[in-house]
Ligand binder design. Structure first.
Ligand code: NAD
Ligand code: GDD
Length: 336
């Protein structure tokens, strides 16, 4: 029997990069597609194509000959990014998601996985730090995160309609804040775990870092290894409704800083800034349905997963500092 061929879109990004490795290890033939190359390491994909999935022709090229599609491509970032560019994010993601779904259906792909988000959940259910974990059915009546979350919710429905009307096999995964090595750690799109690792790595012991909000807002965070394992298990399952994929280990942001400071071995002081973006006040994942469907759930604790994450980001910070110092030390050639 020939190998199954799968497409990972967003393969130049954080989760897609790791998912390609995971699928290669399981013997799949993998095509990676992204609008850019991976930032930190070369992709392990059998074939990597640079395509712009806002264009239907590029979507059709991407899906050609594929048995299954993991659609991870999106204009995406942490709360600072997604709350500051509603028009472009919503437009870009609407074009990518709707056209990839249609192209995959037309190409007779067997299964299509859509990467949704905890941002689909109503803001009115996330207004206190001691939040009740969010169940899949809580998404309606809808009041999602503006722009980015609204598109995710709408595309989930579009996938459901393709299943109902055409029998197209879709899988809907609602990720809760994912972190780990090779995730964006600088430049404005980084999420809290990576941003705080960077700030701690750049600080000397005894210094103060800026933390957005008052530190009491809560989240659950999922390590990348659990994330790719969960994606694969959901794809292989028979369940086509939306599923949370996250941990239910709730932590406040101040506590997150303390864990990272502890890993670094530094004494770190916090300056809270409530003028920076904060998103919802509290968010946690209810994993009952995930456990029922898969008999599995993410299990890597935050204090474990942050160790390799901090090690990688502090290495990047150091390497960048050395590069900048190296460039500064190149003697300038005097004009003749
Ligand atoms: P990422 O930004 O690292 O990866 C997304 C990739 O999509 C990027 O490499 C980007 O270049 C690519 N992309 C954007 N526009 C494109 C286009 N027009 N054509 C082709 N490629 C394009 O983000 P990630 O963390 O790897 O997220 C993957 C998916 O998971 C996204 O759909 C995201 O919305 C979803 N998600 C992630 C998280 C998280 O915490 N990381 C949480 C919820 C949902
Ligand atoms: N990004 C960032 N940077 N957040 C910080 C920082 C910092 O330096 N300091 C504190 N925070 C706080 C934010 O104010 C927010 O309250 C919390 O940490 C989490 O921020 P993010 O990780 O940026 O985003 P989020 O959890 O609100 O939303 C993210 O997760 C969703 C899925 O759960 C985003 O990445 C969404 O795109 C994603 O869908």
């Amino acid at each position: 029997m020939s190998k199954k061929s799968v497409l990972v879109t967003g393969a130049g990004g954080f989760i897609g990069f790791h998912l390609v490795n995971y699928l290669k290890d399981r013997g799949y033939w993998v095509r990676g597609v992204d609008i850019k190359d991976p930032e930190y390491q070369a992709s392990a994909a059998d074939e990597f194509r640079i395509l712009d999935l806002r264009e239907m022709d590029d979507c059709r090229e991407a899906v050609q000959g594929m048995d299954e599609v993991y659609n991870l491509a999106a204009d995406m970032g942490g709360i600072g990014y997604i709350s500051g560019a509603h028009a472009s994010i919503t437009f870009n993601n609407t074009m990518i998601s709707a056209q990839m779904l249609k192209a995959a259906y037309d190409a007779k792909v067997q299964r299509f996985l859509f990467s949704s988000s905890a941002c689909v959940y109503p803001q009115y259910l996330q207004d206190v730090p001691s939040v009740v974990p969010l169940k899949e059915d809580d998404a309606f009546p809808a009041d999602p995160e503006p722009g980015y979350g609204l598109e995710k919710l709408y595309t989930e429905k579009l996938c459901e309609y393709f299943t109902q009307d055409y029998g197209f096999q879709t899988r809907l995964v609602r990720f809760h804040n994912v972190y780990g090595p090779l995730g964006t750690w600088d430049g404005g799109k980084e999420k809290a775990p990576a941003a705080i690792c960077r700030k701690v790595a750049m600080a000397k012991s005894g210094e103060t870092i800026e933390v957005w909000g008052d530190g009491k807002q809560t989240r659950s965070f999922m390590y990348i290894d659990d994330c790719v394992e969960g994606i694969y298990r959901i794809m292989r399952s028979d369940y086509s409704g939306p599923l949370n994929l996250g941990t239910d280990e709730l932590v406040d942001v101040s506590g997150l800083v303390d864990i990272i400071a502890g890993i670094s071995g530094k004494t770190i002081h916090k300056r809270f800034n409530t003028n920076r973006p904060q998103g919802v006040r509290g968010r946690n994942s209810d994993n009952n349905r995930l456990r029922e469907v898969l008999g599995w759930e993410p299990s890597i604790h935050l204090s474990q997963g942050l160790i390799p994450t901090y090690a990688w980001i502090s290495g990047e910070v150091k390497a960048r500092a050395e590069r900048e110092a190296g460039i500064a030390h190149i003697p300038t050639i005097a004009a003749q």
